[in-house]
Design a protein around this ligand. Structure first.
Ligand code: 4AD
Ligand code: MG
Length: 479
């Protein structure tokens, strides 16, 4: 039936009328006698195909095993069995690709997430990853919609850069020099002037600096792309390659920026609640099943869907770093020395245990912390009048910790210039950045959303490696 157009499984289940003849293509999830569950990733739900043994050769039926891909043409009929309204009565079945049941690693049973990471080339075919990937897509789309509707311009900032936006020195070098015998300069050091770009380059850790250049012309812009950090953090919240969404706005102060961050997070959550119902129901049930294996005191207080609704319906708490330190210093886990890093003096960096205490135990709401000590933040953040703090803000989420980091930017040339000097940053690599403060500088602000952390929050997945198709982490870049 070459001329019958392919119908997606989702459409077959929701739009096609009983009696219609359709062609579907997809992968076999399960087969029981002559009932085949087919999925093509358009929805978490499978289409039940009935392959009557009178009509098909036994050899063909035998080759239809879990993982095989099929093209099936048949008629949609009302289903006799429980669990589905309709099914497809197959008239023609073509096996597009077999999957040897002795060797196919994805059997129709529950596999651990750890095992699935080892077969990341096949895990998109599981219910969990199908759901995560569709939610991930929807979130990415919603980001573009949110900003597009507000008139922000999407800017593609470079992946290869010569600067270190965050100043943390956690960069992957990009070079075409021969690692066995690189050219050396007079001092015996590698001579990068002979490298591909005539200078040292690396993969970007953030699109912000170039985003700022665009914001100082187009006023409201955003970037959304991959960023790279060579930090040796083996946690459930860190990747070496992750996606960041960074809006940058001229004429916004730090409060305007906080307002935008809160509005955006709520919008994204509502968008997914509205458009990913089936997937969220599945992920919700999956998470609740997982919770049953936990000790009572470690269980979530809310289901996944409840916590999404809670965030979208409640205001975030906003407080200064100084206020947060006071709360933490006097908190039970600090006094009883249950924090791994005890809070003693003003000025220390907050660890995720502290962030999560504030959000999950103290306020039980998302928290926006602002006005951090200058000494623990990046060079570009605007100095406050107190001489100690900068106009930085972090949004902290339950179960995640920091999901957004941002700031008002230092728009005053002298202050920025002396900060760069003070921090020992190579001025040469940032001449263009400094120039924007000489020519028509303006107050501006922005922030970065860790996209995978957002996907984690919305899907309830505990490990960041399970919300990106092919994770890159220390010691691991397979697939
Ligand atoms: O707080 P960060 O480092 O901020 C910036 O990079 C700024 N340039 C953003 C800006 O103002 N335009 O990173 C922003 C967010 C963090 O809040 C976190 O959610 C995420 O990016 N993030 C990571 N996500 C996964 N793996 C990592 N290694 C991450 N590092 C940061
Ligand atoms: Mg940060």
């Amino acid at each position: 039936m070459a001329d019958l157009k392919r119908t997606k499984v989702k459409a077959a289940l929701t739009e096609v009328k009983v009696g219609e003849k359709i062609c579907v293509k997809g992968w076999v999830r399960t087969k029981r006698q002559f009932f085949i569950n087919l999925n093509d990733g358009s929805t978490i739900n499978n289409l039940q195909v009935v392959a009557d043994s009178d009509r098909f050769d036994q050899s063909l039926l035998d080759a239809i095993t879990t993982g095989a891909s099929l093209s099936v043409t048949g008629v949609v009929v009302e289903s006799q069995g429980a669990g589905q309204k309709i099914e497809l009565e197959a008239q023609e079945i073509e096996i597009l690709g077999t999957a040897d049941p002795e060797k196919f690693p994805l059997q129709p049973k529950k596999h651990s997430l750890e095992f699935l990471r080892e077969i990341a080339h096949l895990r998109p075919r599981t219910n969990t990853f199908g759901a995560v990937l569709r939610v991930r897509h929807t979130l990415a789309f919603a980001i573009h919609k949110f900003y597009h509707d507000k008139g922000f311009v999407y800017i593609h900032t470079p992946i290869i850069t010569g600067s270190d936006a965050e100043g943390a020195g956690e960069m992957f070098r990009v070079s075409t020099l021969d690692p066995k015998s690189p050219p050396l300069d007079d001092k015996g050091e590698v001579d990068y002037s002979q490298d591909f770009f005539g200078k040292q380059t690396n993969l970007t850790v953030s699109g912000q600096l170039e985003g700022e250049l665009a914001a100082l012309a187009l006023t409201e812009i955003y970037t959304f792309g991959p960023t790279f950090r060579a930090e040796n953090s083996n946690t459930s919240r860190h990747l070496a390659e992750f996606w960041m969404m960074e809006p940058e706005m001229a004429f916004y102060d730090i409060v305007d920026s906080m307002d935008l961050a809160e509005e955006m997070l709520k919008y994204l959550i509502n968008y997914v609640l509205e458009h990913c119902n089936d997937d969220l129901e599945f992920l919700n049930k999956r998470l609740m099943d997982e919770e049953k294996n936990k000790k009572q005191e470690e269980r979530r207080e809310m289901s996944l869907i409840e916590s999404l609704k809670f965030i979208s319906e409640n205001d975030f708490v906003r407080l200064t770093y100084t206020e947060a330190i006071d709360i933490l210093r006097n908190s039970k886990p600090n006094k009883k020395k249950r924090f791994q890093f005890l809070i003693d003096e003003w000025g220390v960096d907050l660890q995720s245990e502290h962030e999560r205490f504030l959000v999950e135990k103290h306020f039980k709401k998302p928290v926006i912390l602002f006005n951090y000590p200058a000494s623990i933040k990046a060079f570009y953040m605007r100095q406050n009048d107190d001489g100690k703090t900068v106009a930085a803000m972090d949004v902290l989420f339950p179960g995640i910790g920091e999901i957004i980091g941002g700031s008002q930017r230092e728009e005053r040339y002298d202050q920025l210039h002396s900060k760069i000097k003070e921090m020992g940053i190579d001025e040469e690599t940032l001449w263009w950045y400094l120039e924007t403060r000489k020519f028509g500088t303006a107050p501006h602000s922005g922030f970065g959303l860790g996209f995978e952390r957002m996907v984690q929050f919305v899907t309830g997945m505990g490990n960041i490696r399970d919300v990106i198709p092919f994770p890159r982490t220390p010691g691991s870049a397979e697939f």
